[in-house]
Structures are given as C-alpha cells and as structure tokens.
Write a protein of this length. Structure first.
Length: 301
C-alpha cells in the first residue's frame, strides 16, 4: 500500500490522504478509515485516477456528499475517491440544465426555481450530489430523476469518458444501471420546462415546511433507510409495528419519522446495521413484507 500511495502522489491526480477517517464525510457521521483517500480537483484528474487504479487492478470506491451512505466501522480498503470542487459546475441554457456531478442537488433545485424552470421541485429536500441522485434515481413527491434526465457524462472504471442517454441508464424505482456498472457521474443534463415562478416557489415552500415538520433534520441521519414496498410506505409499516424510538447503542429509529435512523451522538455502523436487521425481522414477521434498504453500505465488515 505504501508503494501505491507513493505512486499516487507522483501521478498528480489530486490530494492524497492516508488512513483518513470517513465519518466526517458522511451525513450519518459514521465510518472508519479509508486506506487512501484521493481528492481529484478536475475532471481530468478523476479520469486519470481511475485509469491509474484500473491499470494496477486496485479496487476503488467513490463518495459524493455522503448522504444515503453507511460506511462500516472498519472503514474501506483500497482507494476512496472524493470528488473535489471542480465538479461543482452549473450552467443553464434555456430549459436545459448542465450540472456537475458533485453539485448539491438541493441547491440545483433552488437555482432552477429562480430561473423559472419547473421539474426539479421534488429535489428541494433531497440531500447529496447530482451524481448521487443520477446513480440512485433519487425521487420524492411522485417524481424522480428519470423523468427529467436527458443524459449523463460518466467516467467508466477504465477511465474512459462516455455519454449515456437516459434510456441507457435503465431506470427503475431507486435503481440505475450504474449500480452494477462502476463509474462516476461527472455531469448531468436535465431537461426542464418553463413554469410560473410563484407556483414553483409555492410548491417548494410546501415541501420544505412538510419536511421540517416530519423529518429529524436536526440530527445526523442519511435520509430514508428503506425503500417503500410496492403499494405501501416503509415508514407506516415501521410505525405501526411500534418501532419508533427503538434504539441499538447510539442509533435510534426517529420518533418523528419512522423511516429515518438517527445518530444520537455515538452511533456506530454496527449499531445501525443491527437496528436495520431488527426492523426487517419484525416487519417481516408481522406483515410478511421484506423491507429493502435504500442506503448504500460500504466497507469492510
């Protein structure tokens, strides 16, 4: 590993940090160290880093803004790539929006609204990056990324830069082909519609007010933990099972929203995983429904 780190430092692919604790990089504030954290500052450095690792057969993982992500207490072996500020780009061209992979999805929705563009209102409460939203087909309030994405620029695990059309991504509920095909979204192109600014602002204000009333945003969390089962809601099942407030160590099922697990201050990844497993078992036994986690779990168990 020391030789690899020396080679990475000599390759001019961004900032290199060793044995870097990942908890500060996640919204759950949980996670052990990465053997090596690489922070590229340009798209070219991202491509060069991935090609470098591909040629040497070194495993790598990418993290964006750290939402919807649980990193194990033992951390992540190999190399973790954290996208730098260079991919926080944004450009409007009429109703077309060009957003860098590490741009804030929430901020994007706010600025689109100011431009009088409709279609991104649902994103006003979804934390994380544009790249993560494209990867997960993020959605809320009856809409999702698949409805507005035109195309995405992706760096494949070989370092090759390709453009994928929306249909290439094989979108489904909280799913895209990127989840089985390693790559990094460097830019997304969204096709919006011209709308009425007052109506757009009104819808976003309503979503924001509802979010503040119903979600535990004052505590470290990662958003919804489970996918909604077909025809139902995970939060409703968990609440009806009497699990609000259930704790394992420092992890607690939110008393405000049953599909959120919050870090009360000293939660570990193992606390969260144990709580997830207990919720799945109880809901399965009571309702015969298998809850599938929506959060991404990374690292060594």
């Amino acid at each position: 590993m020391q030789q690899l780190i020396s080679d990475l430092q000599a390759a001019n692919i961004g900032e290199i940090r060793t044995n870097e604790r990942l908890a500060p990089y996640t919204t759950w504030k949980i996670g052990g160290p990465a053997d090596c954290l690489v922070i590229p500052q340009t798209k070219e450095q991202v491509a060069a880093a991935i090609q470098f690792l591909y040629e040497r057969g070194v495993p790598w993982t990418v993290i964006g803004r750290g939402s919807n992500l649980l990193v194990s207490d033992k951390g992540i072996r190999g190399v973790v790539i954290k996208l730098g500020n260079a991919l926080e780009t944004l450009r409007f061209d009429g109703a077309m929006v060009y957003a860098g992979g590490s741009y804030s999805f929430i901020k994007l929705s706010v600025l689109a609204a100011k431009e009088g563009l409709t279609g991104l209102e649902f994103a006003s409460g979804i934390p994380g990056s544009v790249g993560g939203a494209v990867y997960m087909n993020a959605g809320a309030h009856g809409s999702d990324v698949s409805r507005i994405l035109k195309q995405a620029e992706v760096i494949l695990d070989t370092g090759e830069l390709v453009t994928m059309q929306a249909e290439d991504l094989q979108y489904a509920y909280r799913h895209s082909i990127l989840q089985t095909m390693p790559g990094i979204v460097t830019e997304a192109v969204f096709e919006l519609q011209v709308g009425e600014r007052k109506e757009i602002a009104g819808a976003m204000a309503a979503y924001r007010d509802r979010r503040l009333r119903t979600q535990p945003l004052q505590l470290a969390c990662a958003g919804s933990v489970f996918r909604n089962p077909e025809g139902g809601f995970a939060a409703k099942l968990i609440e009806e099972a009497g699990l609000k407030g259930k704790r394992v160590g420092g992890a607690e099922i939110s008393k405000l929203h049953a599909n959120f697990i919050v870090n009360t201050g000293d939660a570990t990844a193992e606390d969260v995983l144990t709580l997830i497993g207990e919720v799945q078992l109880i809901v399965q036994n009571q309702y015969g429904i298998s809850l599938v986690p929506e959060v991404l779990m990374m690292g060594e168990r």
